[in-house]
Design a protein around this ligand. Structure first.
Ligand code: A3P
Length: 293
């Protein structure tokens, strides 16, 4: 079987390279063997599952959870978020990682490895306001030239994002799948966290995460983890160790790390359209999304 490579056209005719597998778009670099097998992978009961739609703070929350579970405020250097990503790492690599593992993923709830629900693993699902996600994802697609070969403008990208014509599909579908999973499976430990809340009050939110994963952490540890996981520090470490989606020598994953950059990109009309689509698609689903803090 060969990779099914597609060139998705934006509104201006520029194309974004992805591969299609199982009805879903993924980056072309993901291995077919992993995509074919990850849903049946072996999961450990003490695995912590970090689920984020792309550009919602996966690297940030992964670092926080990893330091918490290791009870050590020190940026991980040997292992990195990308080394424990469910849909991109071979099972043998994940098997070699010691427990407790913080596995991370961008797939919908219904696409997760089946053992996660069977073993009732703790799941942290991070939500970031989708306007900032769209801007962050646009910059990601533009910056990672070798992966996406995308040269479009934001005005033409905007509908691709709204329509879910990007790798890992629609923000709306992804988010709704986890809201429904929580409603339908009250016995499963699924915790929703918000990027903006972490930005606003990291001490309180890291404490909340420690309680959720059952780690006893004193105030000093919590404070030190917040410091180590600050944007500038994480960016400096990524630069030093050469991680974080390097393109042209720079870790592209650490762009701005703030809340509300969408205001610099959205026109008034785009903002109105986004709000309309949001209220249609998310009707009946209660989320505390913050577009500014
Ligand atoms: P921006 O592009 O808006 O700057 P992911 O890890 O899911 O790919 O998410 C990347 C986004 O999270 C980027 O957003 C990035 O800057 C931001 N981010 C990464 N580390 C962060 C940190 N320590 N604090 C706040 N935001 C962070």
């Amino acid at each position: 079987m060969e990779k099914n490579i597609l060139h998705i056209k934006d509104g201006g005719g520029c194309t974004l390279d992805v591969q299609k597998f199982g009805g879903m778009y993924f980056p072309v670099i993901l291995g077919l063997d992993v995509l074919q097998n990850f849903q049946s992978m072996t999961i450990r009961e003490d695995d912590i599952i970090l689920s984020c739609y792309p550009k919602s703070g996966t690297h940030w929350f992964w670092e926080i959870l990893s330091q918490l579970s290791a009870k050590k405020a020190e940026n991980t250097r040997e292992t990195w978020k990308g080394d424990l990503m469910i849909e991109s790492c071979p099972q043998s690599a994940l098997d070699a990682a010691p427990s407790p593992r913080v596995l991370n993923t961008h797939v919908r709830f219904d696409q997760l490895p089946t053992q996660i629900a069977l073993k009732a693993c703790k799941i942290v699902h991070v939500v970031r306001n989708p306007k900032d996600v769209s801007v962050s994802f646009y910059n990601h697609h533009r910056a990672l030239k070798d992966m996406y070969n995308y040269k479009g403008e934001f005005k033409d990208y905007f509908h691709m994002f709204l329509d879910g014509l990007v790798d890992w599909g629609s923000w709306f579908d992804n988010t709704i799948s986890f809201i429904k999973a929580k409603e339908d499976n009250p016995q499963l430990p699924i915790k929703f966290m918000y990027y903006e809340d972490m930005k606003q009050d990291p001490i309180a939110r890291v404490r909340e995460l420690a309680d959720f994963i059952g780690v006893e952490a004193d105030e000093e540890l919590i404070r030190d983890i917040c410091d180590k996981c600050g944007f500038e520090n994480m960016k400096a470490v990524a630069l030093e160790v050469g991680r974080g989606l390097i393109q042209d020598g720079v870790p592209q994953v650490f762009r701005k790390g703030g809340v509300g950059d969408w205001r610099n990109w959205f026109t008034v009309a785009q903002n109105e359209e986004f709000d309309k689509v949001y209220s249609e698609k998310m009707a009946g689903y209660d989320l505390s999304i913050k577009y500014s803090i």
